[in-house]
Design a protein around this ligand. Structure first.
Ligand code: FE2
Ligand code: FE2
Length: 144
């Protein structure tokens, strides 16, 4: 069933964000940056949990992640992650959030028959938009 495949894909998208932001939590001694990433991890984990819940309701297995973060990022972004500088870390964050927003827009149109899923996708997409805005703002203050 197409819906199940999409739910699994979204679970992986959210896990990618969880793992990427977790990897960034200790990238800065700045409490502001540290707490911003921690909060994003909480949001993305909550998004991922929703897909676990829906997949479980449909008696489906939750996909397991093989090959690590870089492979998962390659699947969604088609490129390797480069987090050698704060600016690059923000660029990857922006790319992830753009991809997530784009995927949410498409899935929202496909889920009109499933109002509970559709509503949650709208809310999650707003979180992704807020994350994107934060990265854009950080980019403005960050040395290249
Ligand atoms: Fe998310
Ligand atoms: Fe996000």
């Amino acid at each position: 069933m197409e819906l199940i495949l999409r739910l699994k894909e979204f679970y992986l998208l959210e896990i990618l964000q969880v793992e990427y932001y977790k990897a960034q939590v200790d990238s800065s001694l700045d409490s502001y940056i540290h707490n911003a990433y921690e909060r994003m991890v909480e949001h993305e984990q909550e998004h991922a949990n929703f897909f676990v819940q829906v997949l479980t309701q449909h008696n489906q297995n939750v996909p397991t992640i093989t090959g690590g973060l870089a492979r998962l990022a390659g699947y969604f972004l088609g490129e390797a992650l480069d987090f050698t500088s704060p600016a690059n870390r923000y660029k990857v964050g922006m790319a992830l959030e753009w991809k997530a927003i784009e995927m949410h827009r498409a899935f929202i149109l496909e889920t009109w028959k499933y109002p509970d899923i559709c509503k949650k996708l709208w809310h999650n997409m707003m979180d992704e938009e807020f994350h994107l805005l934060w990265f854009k703002d950080q980019m403005r203050h960050s040395p290249a």
